[in-house]
Design a binder for this molecule. Structure first.
Ligand code: SF4
Ligand code: F3S
Length: 113
């Protein structure tokens, strides 16, 4: 089962995960990334790269974040592929320790296209 980007990514987008993924299966939304479950090869190298521990194997996603499994699958099909890491969002420092931030999720693609 593919790996899943969960709530801690929202408003942070550090993108360290992108630079280690061997198959470019990360897709970028305005406030977070999503992994395409049809492309992820379950290598697991992205997990330890994320400064906010947002990435989990599909069968180990915490109960409170189960909805992110379907969310990744849906938005990976709608958002563009991101192949190179970039600066975190300007809000990353402010939001990195905020536990509840689902309300800040945006279904839109990144503003810069
Ligand atoms: Fe990419 Fe591997 Fe992470 Fe899947 S588990 S998103 S293939 S780095
Ligand atoms: Fe998000 Fe962590 Fe990657 S914050 S962009 S999952 S490094």
């Amino acid at each position: 089962m593919a790996f899943v980007v969960c709530e801690p990514c929202i408003k942070c987008k550090y993108t360290d995960c992108v630079d280690v993924c061997p198959v470019a299966c990360f897709h970028e939304g305005e406030t977070m990334l999503a992994i395409d479950p049809d492309e992820c090869i379950d290598c697991g190298v992205c997990v330890d790269e994320c400064p906010v521990s947002a990435i989990y194997p599909g069968d180990e996603v915490p109960e409170k974040w189960q909805a992110y499994i379907a969310l990744n699958a849906q938005y990976a099909k709608e958002w563009p592929v991101v192949e190179e890491g970039h600066d975190p969002l300007p809000t990353a420092e402010e939001f990195k320790n905020i536990a509840e931030k689902r309300a800040h999720f945006s279904p839109n693609p990144p503003a810069n296209g």
